[in-house]
Design a protein around this ligand. Structure first.
Ligand code: GAL
Length: 338
């Protein structure tokens, strides 16, 4: 393609994006002039260039109108790198950068690590981007975490720390940032027995305090969201790649008082495992989107990222899969597909 053709294509894309938020996506995103974007589940996400989006067990960070997503690049199946993508509609994902290269970003830690569930945070005090992940050996015996940071979201991430947080064996994980900026790393601890809530240091680079939650209840894939003064958590049982019942728990104090685990949705979480809960706050409403992985569909690299709106009540949640739905990023509303 000549430079002029590139320019013409780019201008055409910008023009089309004004009307429709999709431009060449493999996800059939169909934004309309009134700002409704259709999200369709069950298919592989493709970048505008036609590459499969490799960011499994994703973590998200929103900056302005841009969503950033980090996740496992399962192109290499068991020794993933971590990729970074960006999007303005959660549908058209642009590849930004491979931010962690297995065996390259931290050569001293070897090339055989399984980097799972990478999650990204922004620390407003230090102005650094921080990535926490599960940093595992091939037999899951290491039970370690790792933390990387960079001064730019698409910069050079350096290893800050790896090991067992506060000496505690740690596997499946997520992060959560509270309204006051306090960040937590939450991980399945001590041979998948409990969940460990680790309050991070002010710079988010190390674990500073530990509270054990759900002792002996063998939960993993935790995802937390705060609504008002209440915290809700989705989690799954520990059944490897096979999906299982998603359960909900809530509390008004992150460190204690979590309600009994309540089964929600169908018995297999609609063939997913939780990765994140996104908040879409608009001029008229706030919609919460569940994000889960449909692992090995059928291969690890073809794992699908599934999203659907969930509605929280005081103590429960309507958790209902939809093949497709529409979301309005301006008003924050969602509706059935029209
Ligand atoms: C799942 C876990 C994944 C991965 C997998 C390996 O239970 O959520 O992140 O660790 O097991 O079998």
């Amino acid at each position: 393609m000549s430079r002029h053709t590139h320019l013409a294509t780019a201008l055409l894309c910008i023009g089309l994006m004004a009307m429709s938020t999709a431009c060449g996506t493999g996800r059939h995103s169909t934004g309309t002039p009134d700002n409704w974007v259709t999200i369709t589940n069950g298919q592989l996400w493709l970048t505008p260039e036609g590459d499969t989006v490799q960011a499994h067990a994703p973590g998200f960070l929103r900056q302005g109108n841009t969503w950033y997503m980090v996740g496992e690049d399962r192109g290499k199946e068991y020794n993933p790198d971590v990729n970074l993508y960006s999007s303005t509609d959660l549908q058209t994902w642009h590849f930004v950068k491979k931010i962690i290269r297995n065996g390259v970003t931290s050569p001293d830690l070897g090339t055989k690590r399984m980097i799972e569930r990478a999650k990204i945070l922004y620390n407003a005090k230090t102005k650094r981007y921080v990535v926490w992940c599960h940093w595992e050996a091939s037999n899951y015996g290491a039970s370690e975490a790792a933390c990387f940071s960079s001064d730019r979201i698409d910069g050079d991430y350096r290893l800050e720390w790896s090991g067992r947080p506060m000496g505690i064996k740690s596997r499946d994980c997520n992060v959560f940032v509270d309204n006051d900026g306090t960040a937590y790393f939450i991980a399945t601890t001590e041979e998948n027995q409990h969940l460990g809530l680790f309050r991070l240091s002010d710079n988010y680079l190390s674990a500073a305090a530990h509270t054990q939650l759900f002792p002996g209840q063998q939960r993993e894939a935790p995802a937390i969201v705060r609504l008002g003064n209440r915290y809700f958590m989705f989690s799954s049982a520990c059944t490897g790649w096979a999906p299982n019942q998603c359960k909900l728990s809530w509390t008004d104090d992150l460190h204690r008082g979590w309600s009994d685990l309540e089964p929600i949705g169908d018995s297999k979480a609609f063939r997913t495992q939780p990765a994140a809960i996104l908040e879409i706050r608009g001029t008229r409403a706030t919609t919460y989107l569940y994000v889960g992985d449909r692992w090995k569909d059928p291969t690890l690299a073809e794992t699908k990222t599934i999203m659907f709106p969930v509605t929280f009540t005081d103590t429960s949640c309507d958790f209902q899969y939809r093949d497709s739905f529409q979301i309005n990023f301006k008003t924050g509303e969602w509706r059935e597909k029209r």
